[in-house]
Design a binder for this molecule. Sequence first.
Ligand code: MN
Length: 265
Amino acid sequence: MPLEEYRRKRDFAITPEPAPAELTGATGRFVVQRHRARRLHYDFRLEIEGVLVSWAVPKGPTLDPGVRRAAFHVEDHPLEYYDFEGVIPKGEYGGGDVIVWDAGTYDLHKGGVDSGELHIEPFGQKLRGRFVIVRTRGDEWLLMHKHDEWAVEGWDAEDHPQSVLSGRTNDEVKADPDRLWRSDLPAAEASVELRPPPVPPPSDDELAALDELRSAGTWEIFGRSLRVTNFDKVLFPARDGEKPVTKRELIRYAACVAPILLPYL
Ligand code: MN
């Protein structure tokens, strides 16, 4: 694996908890969500003291040190929202589609929200190097990239429209979302899965039960009763000194691959 790709993969991690500060120097997680509500904007969020401190950045963050982006300080979001990608129903707060445009951890080098100036270094797949977020007046802030080795002139967020979670664009997520976010519900209940829950693979006990069945019987699997005759019928004759494949083996194989295969069918 090329070094650059390795570094990207290593540095990008959506973890349930931030790594201990003494190990990485990381202050917490950051996420940027591309959100098409009434207007397109990017939500730039920093995990600080158990919430996601948030700014709405209409044109998105940039690596171009010559460009200042307007950023509007909006209400804190719950940590549950950190990796949300999907659709917020129309008519609810923030109604529209959302992708995880970038995510990772960040270091706070200087300042804080209360002082109206933060110097941060995100370790994302897209955002790298040092940024400054500075309050100008009220809720209006500016987001800038410093002149450093990560700066890229002319870099524009809209040229990099894919989710770092799924590789999908907002259009693709909107057309076939995995999750809904119900803004009208408490954070712990707001995320609604739209896909059937994954089927767990057969347990060792279930596989042992299949072996114990005689030539015919009923195998209890995936919450159903599968009645089968001629378990030991040879379906594929022995070849190259290997054992023949029986009906029992084929059923075992189908059950083992089903949890992986079914979501694609
Ligand atoms: Mn938003």
